[in-house]
Design a protein around this ligand. Structure first.
Ligand code: TGC
Ligand code: FAD
Length: 390
């Protein structure tokens, strides 16, 4: 039996499990990331700047709201969306974050819970990158427990008056519209707050050591008058924002695989060339075990995400399954990035090599969209039927 050489970044040949259409999406995003994203990300990260010029390019490729059919969106399946996230995050988690927020946290709720007028107004503009959105759920006193939100709105005639604040919001200061979740006398509602509405302010959070190529900020609402046309009519409970998180978390399970692959790729080359004690360091048993362990984790993550994507496309994916994959894949990617940083020795602290940038980014990715503990407890609840959060 002849044994064919395996792709070190795809040991179980996931490539053969995706359709021709899905492979075409993956390859076109991969080319874009190689040609346009990777060359600019190191500098963007060092300068703490979001590479805004890429927005029109990701829009041109159909990557914004790619799962939505109609409204100038691409109407791709969930596995394609996952592959988009994977390839983008191979470049940098910051650009993937931008696409996740725009697609899963802003366009998704407008599509799922918005009126036809809201869809017509925002979705085509957002698909083209002409309007940017952000998603305001987390508050300064504790993001893991959004049910305890203080931001609130009350009716005033046909309008609503919104007060409160949101913290750690991706795209905050570059957004034209914020989908803001607030407590009302009728349950948790989603408000489309436009950047010029009086009483609304967004401020950037400076000095981040993670996701430096992404904009993160705080939102403030001081008696913001929101017309009823800007309230999402289709949902009035925590299920609204949590269902958006399920979409975004699904994409993240794929995204972090890309970051992990970039780290493994870097150290495979480095350990081949690095001669220590008279032999390339990849000839040693310890190093091979470390590389093999990275491959094991990436392969497990790939299989989880692909299975999840197929379930999602059949309409069978559950939040607990997403939690298990978000937990597993983020943990795997972060551990791989940290180990890759170490394998590079002193060079590992230089931005000339990708692991430290991915490692720092992944510290955010393992925290946002539900911390590791939150996802462990979601799985625990699924297994035992007992809610251990409180
Ligand atoms: P709980 O009582 O469990 O649920 C309330 C209602 O919501 C339903 N539900 C979900 N629906 C869809 N997807 C999910 N994942 C859902 N989880 C729960 C649930 O069935 C229930 O429905 P109903 O009809 O019975 O009312 O709510 P809880 O308050 O006990 O909370 C549970 C918990 C802790 C899991 C939840 O609060 C949580 O997920 N906390 C973490 C918060 C979080 O992840 N925040 C992320 C903010 S956004 C962000 O980080 C963006 S990063 C952007 C980037 O990529 O740059
Ligand atoms: P806390 O909720 O205060 O958690 C602190 C610690 O307590 C964590 O370790 C947590 O795991 C632990 N903990 C929580 N509950 C329990 C429990 N029951 N038992 C034991 N331990 C527990 N939010 C948005 O709404 N929109 C965005 O666009 C957005 N973008 C973000 C971008 C970045 C770069 C970052 C860092 C965050 C972003 N977030 C966003 C916020 C993110 O979702 C929150 O940071 C996250 O949900 C955790 O909330 P917290 O930071 O308030 O931590």
């Amino acid at each position: 039996m002849s044994v064919k050489a395996l792709d070190p970044l795809d040991l179980y040949d996931i490539r053969s499990e995706i359709s021709e259409d899905e492979a075409m999406v993956k390859d076109s995003v991969a080319r874009f990331v190689d040609d346009r994203v990777i060359p600019v990300m190191r500098e963007a990260f060092e300068k703490h700047e979001f590479p805004g010029h890429l927005v029109s390019e990701v829009a041109e490729l159909g990557l914004l709201g790619s799962s939505i059919s109609g409204y100038d969106c691409a109407g791709l399946n969930s596995v394609s969306y996952g592959l988009i996230c994977q390839e983008l995050e191979r470049g940098d988690s910051g650009l993937r974050s931008f696409v996740s927020v725009q697609s899963s946290l802003v366009m998704f709720p407008i599509h799922a819970y918005g009126s036809e007028e809201q869809r017509q107004r925002w979705l085509p503009a957002m698909a083209k990158g002409e309007a940017i959105g952000c998603f305001g759920l987390t508050e300064p006193h504790g993001g893991s427990d959004p049910g305890n939100m203080k931001t609130h709105a009350k009716r005033d005639g046909d309008d609503w008056i919104l007060n409160g604040s949101k913290m750690w919001i991706t795209n905050a200061t570059i957004a034209d519209a914020a989908v803001v979740w607030a407590m009302t006398g009728e349950g948790v509602k989603g408000f489309i707050v436009e950047k010029d509405m009086p009483g609304f302010d967004a401020q950037e959070i400076e000095n981040k050591f993670s996701l430096r190529a992404s904009v993160t900020g705080a939102l403030f609402f001081d008696n913001v008058r929101v017309p009823k046309e800007n309230v999402l009519p289709g949902v009035s409970s925590l299920k609204g924002p949590l269902s958006c998180l399920t979409q975004a978390r699904y994409g993240i399970t794929w995204g972090v695989i890309g970051a992990a692959q970039a780290c493994l790729d870097e150290v495979l080359g480095y350990t081949k060339d690095r001669v220590l004690f008279g032999r390339p360091v990849d000839h040693t048993q310890t190093m091979q075990i470390r590389l093999a362990d990275m491959s094991r984790r990436i392969t497990t993550a790939q299989l989880l995400s692909l299975r999840l994507g197929r379930l999602k496309d059949k309409g069978e994916m559950t939040p607990a399954q997403v939690s298990l994959a978000k937990w597993n894949n983020c943990r795997a990617a972060l551990d791989i990035a940290r180990d890759a940083r170490d394998i590079l020795g002193g060079s590992g602290i230089s931005a000339e090599y990708v692991p430290i940038r991915h490692m720092l980014n992944l510290e955010s990715v393992i925290t946002y969209e539900g911390t590791e503990t939150v996802h462990q407890l979601v799985v625990g609840k699924e297994l035992t039927g007992v809610n251990a959060f409180g």
